[in-house]
Design a protein around this ligand. Structure first.
Ligand SMILES: Nc1ncnc2c1ncn2[C@@H]1O[C@H](COP(=O)(O)OP(=O)(O)OP(=O)(O)O)[C@@H](O)[C@H]1O
Ligand SMILES: [Mg+2]
Length: 313
């Protein structure tokens, strides 16, 4: 067994609370992310993802709790904590009238990179990310995928160890999204810890070691995609009848799923498949299971017990 000590937690959050005008956006979150992990934060609109990213990356304050980044408490040692962090926000914050190069130089100046090092630092990063040929393009003339890359270079210019990405691939076409995934894998493979938020479940499933799901400001479940699937049952029966309303039932084994499928009449179109992260997400956020004992013992529930029986079955 590999024992991972506390010091390997690059993000340590305890009892975090953030309120806006008395309204709670983050409600007592505890969280750990290990160095080198790629971690996805999922949740419905308004769940608290952006607020969490903004607090953890020191862009906004908080009301209760503690946040330690790379060993530094962000209130007591903000400068050291910030040096570890790169962030790209949900809405790209580049100057669209400046060129790619000028935007990057501005960020390098903002990050107080010594003048003698700026050009080389940006050159190296652009070559690494594959942006070199776009140096002289105005940001406004770039497609969304390339704008994202520029904002990632800007976020990396001070060599952070931890990169926050708030919905990095929203609005991108499939090719651009996959290109960005490759880049994130490359960064992560070279040792960067990545914390991203997304609404694309397949993005989290394909990229990330671990997933946290937030709803109404609370982290209601965390684990690998496979662990989350096990919580609701690893085998899924998906079926619909003449009303085309699809029903999902979850089971702890393929055998149990097949046995259930056999009981369905010929009027149903039935698929038996592995449970995926999207099933877990919909079940967990839809049922708000974090509040009713789901976290403790989902995997031990009787077969099919987590499934919803709908449509008069
Ligand atoms: N600047 C703000 N002032 C007041 N309330 C805010 C502010 N920012 C966020 N909120 C509120 O905090 C809650 C969490 O919002 P947040 O933007 O963190 O959600 P999100 O999970 O990122 O949603 P989305 O998926 O739509 O991006 C929401 O109720 C939102 O209305
Ligand atoms: Mg958001």
């Amino acid at each position: 067994m590999i024992i991972i000590s506390d010091t390997e937690d690059i993000i340590k959050v305890d009892g975090l609370v953030k309120r806006y005008d008395g309204k709670t956006a983050i409600d007592h979150i505890d969280m750990r992310v290990k160095k080198g992990e790629m971690y996805a934060f999922l949740g419905p609109n308004g769940a608290g993802k952006t607020t969490t990213v903004r607090v953890l990356s020191t862009l906004t304050g908080f009301d209760e709790g503690s946040v330690v980044i790379n060993g530094y408490d962000i209130l007591k040692n903000p400068r050291e904590a910030k040096a570890s962090i790169g962030v790209t926000q949900q809405h790209i914050s580049l100057d669209k009238d400046l060129t790619v190069w000028e935007n990057m130089m501005m960020h390098a100046m903002y990050q107080q990179i010594p003048k003698a090092q700026r050009e080389k630092r940006i050159d190296d990063l652009c070559n690494y990310i594959g942006l070199g040929e776009y140096y002289n393009y105005k940001v406004d003339s770039l497609s969304g995928g390339w704008k994202k890359r520029v904002s990632i270079v800007c976020a990396l210019v001070h060599k952070p160890q931890l990169l926050f990405l708030d919905e990095p691939t929203v609005g991108l076409d499939i090719q651009a999204r996959r290109g960005l995934w490759d880049l994130l894998r490359k960064l992560n493979g070279d040792g960067m810890t990545i914390f991203l938020t997304t609404h694309y479940i397949e993005e989290a499933e394909s990229l990330c070691d671990r997933v946290g799901i937030i709803n109404h400001g609370k982290v209601i479940v965390e684990g690998t995609p496979a662990e989350l699937a096990r919580k609701i049952g690893t085998a899924t029966v998906e079926y619909y009848g003449s009303d085309h309303k699809t029903i999902y039932r979850y089971f702890q084994s393929r055998e149990e799923a097949h046995a259930f499928a056999q009981t369905l009449g010929d009027e149903y179109t039935v698929t038996v498949r592995n449970t995926n992260l999207e099933d877990s997400f919909v079940e967990i956020t839809g049922n708000n299971m974090g509040d009713n004992g789901f976290l403790g013992g989902g995997a031990d529930k009787p077969a099919g017990g987590m499934g919803k029986k709908k449509g008069g079955m």
